[in-house]
Design a protein around this ligand. Structure first.
Ligand code: PMP
Length: 425
């Protein structure tokens, strides 16, 4: 193993609790999918700042766009700037379907959690109903509202507000469902029946919600892809009862899932879409796309200082342009399918690997325990690949590589994985 190079420093003391403890190196440079530590050792970064780095580190086109800003406006709050106008134009150009016409943009601040808070507030205001249905395994952030709609009991212990207004519905997760719900179809049917009861049974114990909020592909919950048709059925139920449909695409959006938004192939039209992570090109930015008919906020109703960071808008615009120009959603679909297949083949029959799943370059490998996932994560790190763990009991290895990767990175990852698997056999 690596001796910690920094164990004695106070910076280490203050940050060693989380990833720094698992990956005890000091990273001094980064390019594309590679992180480079102080000894010049290269690591394949499949953590990507928790999925922020859609183009990897320091993409030349993003760097060029930032460098071309001779005297950028700093923080503009919600003044219009050329950076904001051209960001919005570019975003409109890439939004799938009719979204550019049907939806407006509310800039929310630096974090994904900010976009979720905005969605919760806008839904309550627009419907006059404060209840929300969220889903088992859902993760939406650390703000008090975002936490209230996130399902982890451990995290929710810190929650103070709103908890009583949120009810949780199961999200289709065949691998961990009891018989006879262990096929995708049966799992989806079970969850939809639950949702229908929660909404339609007068004795469901909660007021009729104003919002159903979910991830199109669950990320932190363990990289869980709902079966085809599931989202369409959820939408139909919402429509029947005047409930708004909110999609959290903070992790799954912008090409990650092999299309601009993960929900796209389901033929639905969410009322609210939360976007963050990669939208700022690596810099903090989040926004809410909301149906024009929900434009009920008056000026000042939902504000915040950091809603006009030029650097994030410039980097975000350049990132969207590269994703579109290089057809990176297609690349993510193609490379992701190949990586998923190869991982599945190489792990088939391994007693400690339960399932390889995912969509595009949002991949998960479910192991038999958190201890196995931790051991694999550590072995992968030794072999030069950095991945996240998550999901129930932390038993899932989560891969969020840049959308730009190709055959070489896939090979490097598979090779490291083969070695790591031997460590846990
Ligand atoms: N929603 C989803 C789906 C996420 O994955 C995350 C972050 N992992 C968030 C919301 C919260 O984003 P942030 O950490 O920027 O507040």
């Amino acid at each position: 193993g690596f001796a910690s190079p920094v164990a004695a420093s106070s910076a280490w003391e203050s940050s060693a609790r989380s990833y720094a403890g698992r990956f005890p190196r000091v990273f001094v440079a980064a390019q594309g999918p590679w992180l480079i530590d102080q000894d010049g050792r290269r690591f394949l970064d499949f953590l990507g700042g928790a999925g922020v780095l859609l183009l990897g580190h320091n993409h030349p086109d993003v760097q060029a766009a930032l460098a071309a800003q001779a005297r950028p406006v700093g923080n503009s709050l919600d003044l219009l700037t050329d950076a904001k106008l051209s960001f919005v134009e570019t975003l409109h150009g890439v939004l799938p379907g009719d979204l550019a016409r049907t939806h407006k943009i509310h800039f929310c601040g630096p974090t994904g959690s900010d976009a979720v808070e905005a969605a919760l507030k806008l839904a309550a205001r627009a419907t006059g109903r404060r209840g929300v249905i969220a889903f088992h395994g859902g993760y939406h952030g650390m703000g008090q509202g975002a936490l209230a709609v996130s399902s982890s009991r451990r995290l929710r212990e810190a929650g103070l507000l709103m908890a009583g207004q949120v009810a949780f519905c199961p999200y289709p997760y065949p691998l961990r469902f009891p018989e006879p719900f262990r096929t995708p179809e049966a799992a989806a049917g079970f969850c939809l029946a639950q949702l229908r009861l929660m909404i339609e049974d007068d004795h469901a114990g909660q007021e009729l919600p104003g919002l159903v909020l979910l991830e199109a592909v669950q990320g932190e919950g363990g990289t869980i892809v709902p079966p085809p048709g599931f989202l369409r059925e959820v939408e139909a139920l919402c429509r029947r009862h005047g409930i708004l449909l909110g999609l959290d695409e903070i992790q799954s959006g912008l090409g990650r899932a092999g299309r601009w938004f993960a929900y796209e192939d389901d033929g639905i039209q969410p009322d609210l879409i939360c976007v963050s992570k990669g939208i700022g090109g690596g810099y903090p930015l989040s926004l809410l796309l909301f149906d024009r008919r929900l434009d009920v906020w008056r000026p000042g109703d939902h504000i915040g200082t950091f809603r006009g960071q030029s650097i994030a808008l410039v980097a975000g615009k350049a990132t969207l342009e590269v994703i579109a120009r290089d057809a990176l959603p297609d690349n993510a679909a193609r490379v992701g399918a190949r990586l998923k297949e190869d991982l599945a083949r190489r792990t088939a029959g391994h007693p400690k690997i339960r399932e390889v799943r995912g969509l595009g370059l949002m991949l998960g490998i479910e192991t038999d325990s958190g201890a196995t996932a931790d051991a694999l994560q550590a072995a992968l790190f030794q072999a030069g690949v950095i991945v996240e763990t998550g999901g129930r009991e932390g038993a899932v290895l989560r891969l969020l590589p840049p959308l730009t990767i190709g055959a070489a990175e896939v090979e490097a990852c598979l090779e490291a994985f083969a070695g790591a698997l031997e460590c846990v056999s």
